[in-house]
Ligand binder design. Structure first.
Ligand SMILES: NC(=O)c1ccc[n+]([C@@H]2O[C@H](COP(=O)([O-])OP(=O)(O)OC[C@H]3O[C@@H](n4cnc5c(N)ncnc54)[C@H](O)[C@@H]3O)[C@@H](O)[C@H]2O)c1
Length: 369
């Protein structure tokens, strides 16, 4: 793992998720630029000191030369580092799992794809929300045509943690998210708007034709957007509205998806992920729970036993792990099917972020994507 020294946020979720199915063990790391933190984190995880590296270049190069080298690296650092870290590991023949957004420019993400193809490696982008069992169920129902041709998608991701002025954020570990040098050109779009783009694309299979984005920067001293409203046109003629916000006081991690088709609609909420609200034309509203007769989603526990964020991450790592095992045993196999977000979804997400910023800079004009 690169990133997630003691005190960091999401890396610990990755670590627990990765260990869930026994596909992986942690053998090496560069958890922090601060070597004492790196040592402290590594020792807690039982990693031998000779595989705790001072920087990620050293780790990629030394691991790449070992007979028992790591199979893959997990990258959980601030966004601007993803590209150079992923690149050096790929160049050393090591598969990559990287958190979103995969890079801060689409040129960088395309370059990573070229290396992935050239070296025949796997690349997972940890868009974790597609790992929820009821999201798999929603996708199946939509792709089976159960709600008919899609007409409208409403998706929102609301959080309310942004302080009223930037000075109040000093010292917080999230501070790098306010700096374009570390976060990239987009604030809330880059942080959580890209989850919306990926989730809608996964569940509906729709491709975006064009978008019109209005990005707001609220609060004193902030440079990057923290509230965004985006209108979307899809290739099948359907419309979409995406809202993402970090100034939505009272909201914790409120990701909500509503899909309206000609025959019915489906609704899902991340904070209540075990159920889908389903409305079919002419029938009463129904609620489908994980474990109901009509669901055949991959879940780890029977209905009524809640699964959440850790399991969603574990599910995408399970599929990545399966693909990796397959690749290790069948090196000549050309196509490996697996249900995890790859570098292509990573590129699509970064392009979406860039296009939102471009639309805003043109005075919130409609632009093709
Ligand atoms: N998939 C999700 O749901 C999800 C959720 C939260 C964050 N994220 C993404 O995960 C990434 C990390 O976010 P976070 O909130 O955990 O950040 P964080 O600030 O809590 O942790 C970042 C860690 O990276 C380390 N780091 C920075 N530069 C490094 C370097 N050169 N070498 C080694 N370690 C280095 C820091 O010391 C820190 O331990 C971001 O890209 C973010 O967008 C994804």
């Amino acid at each position: 793992m690169v990133g997630d020294g003691v005190g960091a946020f999401i890396g610990d979720v990755h670590r627990k998720a990765v260990l869930t199915d026994g596909f992986s063990v942690f053998t090496a790391g560069c958890f922090s630029r601060d070597y004492s933190n790196n040592l402290e984190t590594g020792k807690k995880l039982g990693i031998s000191e000779d595989r705790l590296y001072k920087n990620y270049f050293e780790m990629a190069e030394k691991e790449g030369k070992r007979e028992d080298k790591i199979d893959y690296v997990i990258i959980v650092t601030p966004n601007s580092n993803h590209y150079s870290i992923a690149r050096i590991f790929l160049e050393n023949g090591i598969h990559v799992a990287c958190d979103k957004p995969v890079t801060i420019t689409s040129d960088e993400s395309k370059e990573l794809k070229n290396i992935v193809l050239e070296k025949n490696l796997l690349f997972l982008v940890t868009y974790s929300n597609i790992g929820y069992p009821m999201i798999k169920q929603a996708r199946k129902m939509v792709l089976n045509g159960e709600i008919g041709e899609i007409r409208m998608v409403m998706a929102e991701y609301a959080q309310g943690w942004i302080p009223p002025k930037i000075e109040s954020a000093n010292g917080q570990k999230k501070i790098w998210r306010f700096d374009p040098k570390t976060q990239g050109k987009a604030g809330v779009i880059g942080d959580i708007g890209c989850h919306i783009e990926n989730l809608v694309s996964y569940v509906t299979g729709l491709s975006i034709l064009s978008i019109c984005a209005k990005l707001d920067v609220f609060g004193r001293g902030f440079e990057l957007d923290n509230n965004a409203s985006i209108m979307v046109k899809y290739e099948n003629g359907a419309s979409g509205v995406y809202w993402c916000s970090q100034i939505a006081l009272g909201s914790k991690n409120a990701l909500r998806l509503r899909i309206f088709g000609e025959k019915g609609s489906i609704e899902w909420e991340q904070e209540n992920p075990e159920m889908l609200k389903i409305a079919m034309r002419g029938k009463p509203l129904s609620i489908l729970f994980k474990g109901d007769d009509k669901t055949d989603v991959i879940s780890r526990l029977p209905g009524g036993h809640p699964e959440g964020t850790y399991e969603a991450f574990a599910n995408i790592y399970r599929d990545f792990g399966k693909a990796l095992m397959c690749k290790k045993e069948l090196r000549n196999q050309k196509k490996i099917y697996s249900d995890f977000p790859s570098i292509d979804e990573g590129i699509q997400g970064v392009r979406f972020i860039e296009k939102c910023v471009e639309s805003q800079n043109l005075g919130s004009k409609w632009i093709e994507i």
